[in-house]
Design a protein around this ligand. Structure first.
Ligand code: TRP
Ligand code: ZN
Length: 882
């Protein structure tokens, strides 16, 4: 059991394990109330361990039945979270029999039930809830798994690797034996047992080897597995093509489960997925769902090499696998998008990724939970599956690719596998392989400085100022970087920042230029390494407008010093789509921010004309226009302000949306008609882009209050032929508080009552409704189809309201905060991982204006003082209050 004062674990405390477990056989007699696990391990003391080194085994919520060393009972001592064995021989067999209760396991970590089926989740520290084990990623073993369970209730018995045998037993049970040929850490172990059906497909890989791919779901969901299978087939082909990495197993399985703490899990050969990232058909899934499924399936599949074949030495190195694998899934999605939608589709995907990074990682990096990509300490490792480790980690890997080029990056990956295949390694090892494979590159030259991206928390700020010298035809760009203090890191060193840039003439044409000794071109990469540094660009024919940080070449906050007029040129003409979008965001912010502070929003004709220009530009993709014409989120607006008044931000943004709706009404109408569907629904890039922009038009038009447009939206809720249009129409009605919204919601719920993932969207939509009252949230939670034990459902209502609806959640009467505290407490007793995530909804409370902050503080202190809280939740609250 975790003790009340959970210890802080520090990165620098790392010590190698004393024993290796070369081979293990696990026998499971599966029973919902009492599952027996026989664990037979072959151990060996490692050469550099001392002869009297104890063996430390983790264990949690287990009943120990017997323990023998080489067949003889052995004395063990209880430790804080497990047991310790002393005076052990150099090599021996350890047999441990334990029991656990899957039904009582509401944390969904370890072995648990979902519906009537058994599932496991072992990352990060769930295996210790199944058996005693050194539950750390640097202990890798060959697993043989024997599963026994009632044949009628659990006809499908799955574990990692290859099925060796399967036979009925005399007592009405079935036995299956699985063997995983690859040594793996315990966190990659998995088993599944239940009544499941599967879609399967055989593929022949580029190397000629045949593989069986399977997607397992509950009966009745088979008609929602085609897209997942397609995504898996694409993932296998992509990793072969782009990185020469092929599937190393005969059989690769995906299983969908509706009770799951996160998105999905990369267990070797047996990926387990939240149903949300598997199940899709046009009637139940939106375009965004289709995209997410493709990327999460890719992500877990890519872990087979980056995570499983090479794993993490300790959990501080989590970004070694997560940052790299997010980078790989982003590249995968970009490459697939580009196949159907060209370079513009690639840019759209990049913009979406950056928008996500800014919405969640930048705030994290500026708050009390700020931590380096490779953290230095933690209490509960589950709290460090963060946007910093994942998304900022992916940006760090992307900067490596930017610095060494695509081919250089592929060479670095090759060297990484040549050196470390089969090992548990560190972020430094990855960086070393990348640098060593690219001698003479900026990455190799500045490798030590580059590693600061792993060590320093906080988002660096970059300030740029330019000076044109007409006589010399030169443009001097002066850059200054600084990184604000973060908890535990008062001082920061200058980082290496790759800055891609181009120059535009005031007329909009690209200007060519040369960097010292470089060839003349319209795009260049500058590498900033000093706190202050100037770069001279030569052969510049006219005073330029700089287009800086193209493609978002580094995860920094940029102060580019540009004027409104400069940005209008960039919006209309930049050849870099990212910066075109960025110009629109900044133009919007330039109008929103003063209005949040002083009221009185004014939209000038030049700005409106610029937006109109984008909307009618036939050379631009609808998906790109959709991004340009969507205002920055309330969260992103809040980040730009010193003090946050969520209600004012919400009101101001709504006012601006209404102004855009009214001033561009004719343009929206034209857009709506021009983008009418031309055929049946397919979830491809072009179709999704058209639907996205057309439905954005519908939401603006509904916002004007026009009964005709609201009627059209209602009609779509009734008879759209796909979930994207149906749901967007419903959201348009709810978003403008149309009178028809209630009737539309009821119709929708009646139609999809038996589709849990669709109902999650329905719950979430109401939790984000403008001005929704806490009482309405409570009413939703009283419905018979609400269950706080199902993480998807709990998040769809509670987390969505507390984290996705700042305008309604933050109230000076504290009703939202009281609700939050109550739900954190309730959830914490059921599932600490889910509770700790919800606890983060208020971790940036100190940035709120005093009228809110002084209401939050006593509520948060009161919650934190509650004695029974989990270590996970206490870690979050403790940091927020520090
Ligand atoms: N490793 C998983 C991924 O990113 C995520 C993960 C970590 C997870 N811990 C988990 C999933 C707990 C479910 C439950 O691919
Ligand atoms: Zn991952």
């Amino acid at each position: 059991m975790r003790t009340d004062q959970a210890p802080v674990i520090s990165r620098l405390q790392y010590a190698k394990p004393a024993y290796a477990i070369d081979q293990v056989t696990l026998e499971f007699d599966l029973d919902p109330d009492r599952t027996r696990v026989k664990n037979r391990m072959q151990l060996r003391r490692l050469a550099d361990a001392s002869a009297d080194a104890p063996l430390l085994l983790d264990g949690e919520d287990l009943t120990l039945q017997s323990l023998t060393v080489d067949g003889k009972a052995w004395v063990y001592a209880a430790t804080d979270g497990g047991i310790r064995l002393d005076k052990l021989p150099d090599a021996f067999q350890l047999d441990i029999v334990t029991a656990c209760s899957p039904r009582a396991n509401t944390r969904l970590s370890g072995l648990y039930l979902s519906g009537d089926a058994f599932f496991t989740q072992c990352e990060a520290e769930g295996f210790r809830r199944i058996t005693y084990w050194p539950d750390r990623p640097d202990v890798m073993s060959r697993f043989t798994v024997v599963l026994r369970a009632d044949k009628a209730k659990y006809p499908v018995l799955l574990s990692n690797g290859n099925l060796k045998s399967q036979r009925p037993l005399d007592d009405g049970r079935m036995e299956a034996v699985w063997e995983d040929p690859f040594p793996k850490p315990s966190y990659l172990f998995a088993l599944v047992a239940g009544r499941l059906v599967c879609r399967e497909q055989r593929i022949r890989a580029a190397d000629g080897r045949e593989h069986l791919l399977q997607v397992y779901v509950r009966e009745g969901d088979l008609d929602k597995t085609e897209h997942a299978m397609q995504s898996l087939v694409h993932s296998v082909a992509w990793d072969e093509q782009r990185f020469g990495l092929s599937l190393d197993l005969d059989r690769f399985m995906i299983v969908a489960v509706s009770d799951f703490n996160m998105g999905a899990m990369e267990n070797k050969g047996l990926n387990v997925f939240n149903t949300k990232y598997v199940l899709a058909n046009p009637a139940t899934a939106t375009d965004a769902d289709y995209m997410n499924i493709e990327s999460v399936i890719g992500h877990e599949y890519f872990h087979n090499w980056t995570g499983n074949r090479i794993t993490c030495r300790d959990w501080f190195q989590l970004s070694l696998k997560e940052g790299l694998t997010v980078f790989r899934d982003q590249e995968f999605s970009q490459d697939l998008a580009a196949q159907s939608g060209g370079e513009s589709a690639r840019a759209v995907k990049r913009i979406e990724d950056v928008r996500g990074l800014r919405a969640v990682q930048f705030p994290e990096d500026a708050g009390p939970m700020a931590h380096p990509v490779r953290p230095d300490s933690y209490v509960a490792i589950d709290n460090f599956y963060t946007p910093t480790v994942y998304e900022k980690g992916a940006e760090v890997v992307r900067m490596m690719q930017t610095l060494v080029g695509r081919a250089g990056f592929a060479a670095g990956m090759k060297l990484y596998f040549a050196r470390h295949d089969g090992q548990a390694v560190t972020c430094d090892d990855f960086l070393a392989a990348m640098a060593d494979a690219n001698p003479g590159s900026a990455l190799e030259t500045h490798r030590a400085q580059f590693s600061l991206w792993y060590a320093q928390a906080g988002t660096p700020r970059l300030r740029a100022a330019g000076q044109y010298d007409a006589a010399a035809r030169s443009y001097t760009l002066s850059l200054t970087q600084a990184c604000p203090a973060t908890p535990g890191q008062p001082e920061k060193q200058a980082q290496i920042i790759p800055l891609r840039l181009g120059l535009l003439a005031r007329s909009g044409e690209a200007l060519s230029f040369s960097v010292e000794a470089g060839a003349r071109g319209t795009d260049a990469l500058l590498v900033l390494t000093q706190p202050q540094q100037s770069f001279v660009l030569h052969e510049v024919d006219a005073e330029p407008i700089p287009s800086l940080l193209r493609g978002f070449s580094a995860p920094v906050l940029l102060d580019d010093g540009l004027s409104d007029a400069d940005r209008l040129v960039l919006l209309a003409h930049d050849t870099d789509p990212f910066n075109r979008w960025e110009a629109a965001q900044r133009l919007a912010l330039a109008r929103l921010l003063p209005a949040v502070q002083d009221g009185g929003l004014k939209l000038d004709a030049t700005y409106l004309d610029a937006l109109r220009g984008v909307l009618h530009d036939t050379g631009l993709d609808p998906a790109f226009k959709d991004l340009v014409l969507t205002l920055p989120s309330e969260g992103y607006i809040a980040e730009q302000l010193g003090q946050i008044d969520p209600a004012r931000i919400h009101q101001t943004r709504q006012t601006m949306r209404l102004a855009l709706a009214q001033q561009l009404q004719a343009d929206w109408e034209q857009t709506w008609h021009a983008l009418a569907p031309t055929g049946g629904y397919t979830p491809d890039f072009a179709g999704a882009g058209r639907r996205g922009l057309r439905n954005l038009a519908l939401s603006y038009l509904s916002l004007t209050g026009d009964a005709v447009w609201q009627g059209r939206a209602y009609q779509l809720v009734k008879d759209a032929d796909n979930m994207t249009d149906r749901f967007d129409a419903l959201a348009a009605l709810v978003g403008c508080r149309a009178e028809l919204a209630q009737a539309a919601l009821e119709r929708f719920a009646a139609q999809f009552a038996h589709e849990p993932l669709v109902m999650d969207k329905w719950f979430a939509l109401q939790a984000t409704a403008p001005g929704v009252e806490v009482s309405a949230i409570r009413t939703l939670m009283q419905r018979p189809d609400f269950s706080i034990r199902n993480p998807n459902r709990a998040r769809s209502v509670i987390s969505t309201f507390c984290q996705g609806n700042p305008g309604a959640f933050h109230r000076t009467d504290g009703a939202g905060y009281g609700f939050w505290a109550e739900q954190v407490r309730t959830l914490d007793a059921i599932n600490p991982q889910v509770a700790a995530r919800l606890a983060r909804a208020l971790d940036r409370w100190r940035k709120l204006t005093p009228s809110y902050a002084q209401v939050v503080e006593p509520i948060m202190r009161d919650l934190a003082a509650h004695p029974g809280l989990s270590a996970d939740t206490r870690e979050i609250l403790g940091k927020a209050l520090a």
